[in-house]
Design a protein around this ligand. Structure first.
Ligand code: SAH
Ligand code: SF4
Ligand code: F3S
Length: 473
């Protein structure tokens, strides 16, 4: 039993990061654990979390479990959780209640929690007092050890918790079962050292650890050979890639080397404005296979709030960077994240946020109400904005954001754009859906044989959230 510890999760040292390539090993007994057992896994978090799920699936299948898509049919249920906001927590605890119900009628059912919530001391304390009937809890630093954790829990027939509150290492040997045949996620770095005052990620994911470039490029090359069309380089703060390596190699170098593999589409998330260099902009501009799409979270338009958030830029410097990117990269689409109701946010501060949205006219924005996360500095700030005001501000902001999303989409009418078609549209099984280079969702009347291809599509109708188009013959 290893329990998370907030004080340790907060620590940052200069201890070197180990690159571990050889510790994922399964014994024959572990390979038998999953025989005739079905698993169901639900993912709650960001792309990083989704990609972790792809690793967990591969590990479970190495143990001979097989996947089902109905929780009721599973012998093993895992919830890969997210801790970013309170509502993510609530959803998971609701689900745990449903699982308890299932377990009452199916005593052999194995149930577990993993991901960012498992890294939280308060959550594990709650599990130990209220949900001791769960079988396994493991964190973001010990996915590779899942076979051992499962074997231990099954042998002891009791709750096994293994959550390491450590800065973390880089594991290069974990298998992955990719969900998509055409698009793939690739970790380029783990963890985060930015410690924005509202954010829990630096505590749940450890310190910033960049992967060695050769492992990343090799992974991309393999995907190219397998026929993948698109890769997304993942990190909490990808622009800081390489800063922690002892070689002179940064995000712009990585982007250039990844571009040379010939993969058709390269994306990367998330960019923190602080580390966005001119060289990076140059490289994006000069390589056709690096997509003209950038997610650049601003969080607030008020310098006072940005300072309280610990974001290290001002509204003015953000706008300057924004314009530099827009001027350099033709057709670039820029999206953002915004938090409303941060402690101390006045009407004036909120108006500053509306003002920067009006200036930038983002292609789209993810908007959130500030959520207090235990252990973060912002949780100790006086939250003096009422829930009613937060809701009002969110609605007003969303209205503005949607106006500009619609405006951005209008520019696509009658234009011909490249779309990677991924599959049948959910709403209408006769159309296919896909994304433009600029990350616009497009529904296309096209034959099934186009799935997995990048095709030219003429946009015939524009909506706020999507575009409709016809394939150009
Ligand atoms: N690494 C990314 C953010 C990852 S979290 C970055 O720095 O941009 C995704 C988004 O969730 C953040 O951009 C922020 O807008 C939002 N978020 C994070 N913590 C939050 C909190 N405590 N309350 C509300 N929103 C939060
Ligand atoms: Fe969180 Fe800030 Fe790190 Fe993003 S950069 S993950 S918001 S601490
Ligand atoms: Fe959530 Fe963890 Fe991602 S908190 S947003 S799953 S890094």
């Amino acid at each position: 039993m290893k329990l998370p510890n907030l004080a340790n999760a907060r620590k940052r040292t200069k201890n070197p990061v180990e690159v571990i390539t050889d510790n994922y090993k399964l014994t024959n007994d572990m390979k038998k654990l999953g025989l005739n057992r079905a698993y169901y896994i639900k993912t709650y978090g960001c792309q990083m979390n989704e990609h972790d799920t792809e690793k967990i699936k591969a590990i479970l299948e190495d143990m001979n479990f097989y996947e089902v898509d109905k929780m009721e049919e599973a012998d093993l249920i895992l919830l890969n959780t997210c801790a970013i906001r309170e509502n993510a927590h609530n959803k998971v605890f609701g689900m745990i209640g449903r699982i308890k119900h299932l377990k009452e009628s199916k005593p052999h059912l194995i149930a577990g929690i993993c991901g960012c919530m498992a890294q939280e001391e308060v959550v594990v304390d709650e599990i130990l007092t209220k949900y001791k009937w769960l079988d396994i809890v493991f964190g973001t630093h010990n996915i590779h050890n899942l076979p051992n954790i499962l074997a231990t829990s099954l042998a002891k027939k009791e709750l096994e918790i293994e959550v390491l509150s450590v800065e973390g290492d880089v594991y290069e040997n974990i298998p992955v079962k990719r969900d998509n045949l055409y698009k793939a996620w690739i970790n380029v770095m783990y963890g985060c050292d930015k410690f924005c005052t509202y954010c829990i990620v630096p505590y749940t994911r450890g310190k910033q650890r960049s992967r060695q470039p050769e492992f990343i490029v090799e992974e991309v090359q393999t995907l190219v050979n397998e026929g993948y069309q698109e890769i997304t380089l993942l990190g909490q703060n990808v622009n800081a890639y390489g800063k922690d390596l002892d070689i002179d190699y940064r995000m712009e170098n990585l982007l250039e080397d990844v571009a040379k593999t010939g993969i058709n589409r390269i994306r990367f998330v998330t960019s923190h404005p602080w580390d966005f260099t001119d060289k990076m902009i140059e490289v994006i501009k000069n390589n056709d296979n690096i997509m003209p799409y950038i997610h650049l979270p601003i969080q607030s338009g008020s310098n006072k709030i940005l300072k309280l958030m610990g974001r290290r830029y001002t509204k003015e410097s953000y706008f300057e960077l924004y314009n530099k990117i827009k001027d350099a990269i033709p057709n670039v689409s820029i999206t953002t994240d915004i938090i409303v109701g941060f402690p101390g946010e006045t009407e004036e501060d909120f108006n500053e946020t509306l003002d920067i949205v009006n200036k930038c006219q983002f292609d789209s924005a993810f908007t959130f109400i500030f959520s207090k996360r235990v252990g973060t500095p912002a949780a100790k700030m006086t939250d003096n904005v009422s829930l009613e005001t937060k809701n009002k501000r969110l609605q007003e902001l969303n209205k503005l954001v949607n106006k500009y999303s619609n405006l951005a989409n209008q520019k696509y009418l009658n234009k011909t754009v490249p779309v990677l078609l991924e599959g049948f549209s959910e709403k209408n099984k006769k159309t296919l859906f896909g994304y433009t280079d600029t990350m616009k969702l497009v529904n296309v009347e096209a034959d099934e044989s186009n799935i997995g291809k990048i095709v030219d599509v003429k946009i015939t109708e524009v909506k706020t959230w999507s575009l409709d188009g016809k394939i150009c013959e």
